[in-house]
Ligand binder design. Structure first.
Ligand code: RNT
Ligand code: ZN
Length: 420
């Protein structure tokens, strides 16, 4: 464990080094602490949820691994989240899925109400945090065909439309209770495994269903709708009904948010490049920051090139218009570590982006000083970012550097390892 004095000294040196490049680390930290990262509850239990009579992932998403200690109910998940939140500095929100309702009785998805989320509302209020929300269109007998809102079966469509409507009411109630708009993201697994003949028909059905789900206007101060596109999933390899072109068009036409998930494109296609483009046509967007390894594998987010590129684009294009959510689920490591590592990486990337001499770089680009621009962007990578982030953790009262792993290991020993 490094001493406070040492961390402060290292920060002072880093601050001076950044100042040489006319970059203000105090200002960057003040900005960073206000950028909320919406932490996905589903990392804590491998996307299982707490319904009384259903559950389990399906619809082409898959959490692999059998690391012990998964949260088995809402109380355990909240306890784990408290631990994770205590290890992550800065502003945090919690992103809930409908399957995380907290109730003793079985209630089907089209019948859920804000009351089923009362304990979450209380939890968030007590921690001065806010909730985001997601309808769950997977892990349910009525989603067994991997067709929900676009199903050719009118009864199936109706059921899921009712679910979407119920979820929007819940999202609005959460937003009203917390005084901050709840971002509700709609992702459906709909697609086809093999040769697909009537793609247009499925997409037309999806439009009609979405129109029914979104028909009621709800105040933007309470909730905002996002729609998430995808390229493929396991079992739906050939055609995804809600493709990128589909949802980009739908979001533009209906003034919704588009959700860009980092794992939902071809392996070399990146969402960082899409942010500046879609923000020309949409007021706001949602990101699902994730890490695809060869496919939509949802590995823990690393401080890698694409994460840094995403963060730079967020900062350059207007941080208030981009809602940052995380979306990954790894069951091969401690789940609290997964939360802490990924969230802290997201913040490090945002910090790096805040410490970019953007005006100077833009000028160079305009003047075709490309050699200088390239040299400077490479030089920036050598600056002492770690010392600045460590100081941020210190000031925010969370463990600095590797110290958070000591806390996780202790928590695992005392609590998670006792769960069967
Ligand atoms: C699936 C989507 C979706 C889910 C979560 C659980 O491919 O990324 O966002 O991961 O909603
Ligand atoms: Zn996603």
């Amino acid at each position: 464990m490094r001493s406070v004095k040492r961390i402060e000294q290292d920060y002072a040196a880093a601050k001076a080094r950044y100042a040489e490049m006319k970059l203000d680390t105090d200002a960057a930290l003040a900005a960073l602490e206000k950028i909320p990262v919406s932490i996905h509850c589903w990392q804590g239990d491998d996307v299982g949820g707490f319904e009384k009579d259903a559950g389990g992932t399906s619809g082409g998403i898959l959490s692999t691994g059998n690391y012990p200690g998964r949260a088995r109910n809402a109380a355990e998940l909240r306890m784990d989240l408290d631990k994770a939140f205590s290890l992550i500095p800065g502003a945090k929100r919690l992103n809930l899925h409908a399957i995380y309702l907290d109730t003793d009785k079985a209630v089907d998805r089209n019948k859920i109400t804000p009351e089923h989320f009362r304990s979450w509302i209380d939890w968030a209020k007590a921690r001065k945090t806010a909730l985001d929300f997601n309808p769950s269109y997977f892990g349910h007998p009525k989603a067994a065909s991997n067709l929900t809102l676009s199903s050719p079966d009118a009864g199936i469509r109706r059921f899921w439309i009712e679910h979407g409507i119920a979820c929007r009411k819940i999202a609005a109630a959460l937003g009203a209770a917390q005084g901050s708009p709840c971002i509700m993201n709609t992702w459906i697994p709909d697609g086809f495994k093999d040769v697909t003949v009537d793609r247009g028909g499925a997409r037309r059905r999806l439009i009609k269903s979405l129109d029914a789900v979104f028909a009621e206007k709800l105040p933007a101060t309470h909730m905002r709708d996002a729609v998430e596109s995808k390229l493929f999933g396991i079992g739906v390899e050939t055609c995804t009904v809600g493709s990128n072109e589909f949802y980009l068009g739908y979001a533009v036409k209906n003034s919704l948010l588009l959700c860009l998930d980092a794992g939902h494109f071809h392996p070399t296609e990146v969402i960082s490049d899409k942010i500046s483009a879609v923000l020309l046509f949409l007021d706001e967007i949602l990101l699902h920051v994730s890490r695809p390894v060869r496919w939509d594998s949802d590995h823990v987010v690393l401080f890698d090139d694409e994460l840094q590129a995403i963060a730079r684009e967020i900062i350059r294009n207007g941080v208030r218009r981009v809602h940052i959510g995380l979306d990954y689920f790894d069951a091969t490591i401690n789940r609290i570590a997964a939360w802490a590592i990924g969230s802290r990486n997201m913040q490090k990337a945002l910090l790096a982006a805040l410490l970019e001499p953007s005006a100077e770089l833009v000028e160079m680009e305009k003047k075709f000083s490309n050699s200088r621009k390239l040299a400077l962007t490479e030089e920036l990578k050598m600056l002492p970012l770690g010392a600045v982030y460590d100081y941020f953790c210190l000031r925010q009262g969370v463990p600095v550097s590797m110290d958070y792993m000591d806390e996780i290991e202790l928590y695992e020993k005392q609590i998670q390892s006792k769960r069967s």
